[in-house]
Design a protein around this ligand. Structure first.
Ligand code: FES
Ligand code: FES
Length: 137
């Protein structure tokens, strides 16, 4: 079987951006995969007036695909407004990583779900509602 990861994925796996936690997050969520039992947690800091994501961190207990996707979605989301960040899709993350192996697609969907759920948690805290289907284009 050929090695499944391209150089961009490997670079993000080896040097993931925005790894860690936030002490007082405005939004936080953990998503787990029934398939492998792995988990990812996403933390958000949101500027109250502009609703921009000023800081975002993630912790992954998953595989290379999950870590690389966590890294890229935090890069994609940072500086975006909550409304913009909601629109980040798995497809966009996968494209930014130069493509992910199909066999590992659910691991990267898990990372996108983590972002969606952290946004949902933020909106719940604000008394708002949100749709978090990561397959929605
Ligand atoms: Fe568990 Fe990929 S094998 S997140
Ligand atoms: Fe765990 Fe892919 S095998 S999410």
């Amino acid at each position: 079987m050929p090695f499944p990861y391209n150089d961009i994925v490997l670079e993000h796996f080896r040097n993931p951006r925005n790894v860690g936690s936030l002490e007082h997050p405005d939004g936080k969520a953990t998503e787990g995969s029934p398939a492998c039992g792995d988990m990812v947690t996403v933390y958000l800091q949101v500027e109250p007036d502009t609703k921009k994501i000023t800081d975002i961190k993630f912790e992954s207990y998953g595989c290379a695909s999950n870590i690389a996707t966590g890294s890229i979605i935090t890069e994609l989301a940072k500086g975006k407004t909550i409304e913009e960040a909601k629109k980040i899709t798995w497809k966009e993350a996968s494209e930014a990583l130069g493509g992910l192996p199909a066999i590992k697609a659910h691991c990267s969907v898990l990372a996108v779900e983590g972002l969606r759920s952290a946004i949902q948690n933020y909106e719940e805290k604000q008394g708002l509602a949100v749709s978090k289907d990561p397959t929605t284009e």
